[in-house]
Design a protein around this ligand. Structure first.
Ligand code: TRP
Length: 324
């Protein structure tokens, strides 16, 4: 039997994990294990483009690793590693940069957004897509599960790989973005898409009381208790539906449409549901956070396995281009 294709993705350790990260990224990525060989890594070098606090970057790296493990990432099935444990990646990035038209980087949305907002732009931020291409190409990944915002970066990676192969032959594997339509985005407490940059998130690993308090901050309209309500227009229901079994969601929707159910009761129901669904992940998360040495060993082991693979590809690339 041929090996299943490789799906690889990076997670930037740039904030506390929230419900939107879980639904949009963690849950769908974990579901790919089995159908794909899954390689998931913590992109600490990418986070360095915006996070300049060593202690915080180290802490968030542990937080992200613990979060994925808490939701069931099995390190025997998924290769989990930290980008900075694999020095072959930045080495490959340099080589690739010599095959990357600068104009390609100028057209990257993330770069153009930063420029439009008049943000200070480091060379590292401009170079971001090249490092990301190295992440992907170092492991010959065929599929890159990402959100729509990262699709262009994967296309840039393809262009770089094709340009390189045009000169040296079929050495690099041009990847495809894997964007799944059914992946859910959910609203935050203010009704806009849940996102760190809006400050409207529900944290995954907050203490139960803190999460409950946050659920009660979710905005609702002023429809009276007795009046019928449209579940699909309510952030509360959108979130509920992502965590409840389908029958429970259908029942709640029906009760909202019928009238007689007030928003406070729905908040109560959502808080109870999240409390129940997150209890086990929260416990496992805390276990990993309390076991810094164990977590470090796990990442180091993943890093060693990843290095062996990346070193093999680097050997071919170095030989092809004529460096040591
Ligand atoms: N740029 C991605 C993000 O911001 C993270 C990332 C870094 C990544 N390297 C990657 C994703 C390689 C996929 C493949 O979300």
């Amino acid at each position: 039997m041929p090996n299943p294709p490789i799906a690889l993705t990076g997670i930037k350790p740039s904030g506390e994990p929230h419900l939107g990260n879980y639904l949009g990224m963690i849950r769908p990525a974990l579901a790919l294990a089995g159908e794909y060989q899954t390689f998931y890594f913590i992109a600490d070098y990418h986070a360095l483009t915006t996070l300049h606090d060593g202690g915080e970057l180290r802490r968030l790296t542990r937080v992200i690793a613990a979060a994925w493990l808490a939701f069931g990432l099995d390190p025997d099935r998924t290769l989990l590693y930290r980008q900075s444990d694999v020095p072959e990646i930045p080495e490959l990035a340099w080589i690739l940069s010599c095959f990357t038209p600068k104009g390609l980087l100028d057209r990257a949305h993330a770069f153009k957004d930063a420029r439009a907002k008049n943000q200070e732009i480091s060379a590292g931020l401009h170079f971001y897509p090249v490092l990301m291409a190295a992440d992907i190409l170092a492991f010959r990944a065929q599929a890159v599960p990402v959100g729509r915002d990262q699709k262009q970066h994967v296309e840039i990676c393809r262009d770089i790989a094709l340009g390189f192969n045009h000169v040296y032959g079929e050495i690099l594997t041009p990847p495809q973005p894997l964007i799944r339509a059914e992946v859910q985005t959910i609203p935050g407490v203010d009704g806009r898409k849940m996102s760190k940059s809006y400050g409207n998130t529900l944290p995954l690993f907050a203490a139960p009381e803190a999460l409950r308090k946050r659920v009660f901050q979710i905005q609702t309209d002023s429809t009276p208790v007795d009046a019928p309500k449209d579940p699909d227009a309510a952030a509360l229901y959108q979130i509920y539906r992502c965590f409840a079994p389908p029958e429970a969601s259908a029942e709640l929707a029906a009760r909202l449409r019928a009238g007689g159910l007030g928003w406070a009761a729905v908040k109560q129901a959502l808080a109870d549901l999240l409390d129940h669904q997150l209890a086990e992940p929260r416990r496992r998360y805390q276990q990993w956070m309390d076991d810094a040495a164990g977590l470090e060993r796990l990442l180091a082991r993943g890093g060693e396995r990843a290095r062996v693979l990346a070193a093999a590809l680097l050997g071919e690339v170095r030989h092809a281009v004529g460096v040591r």
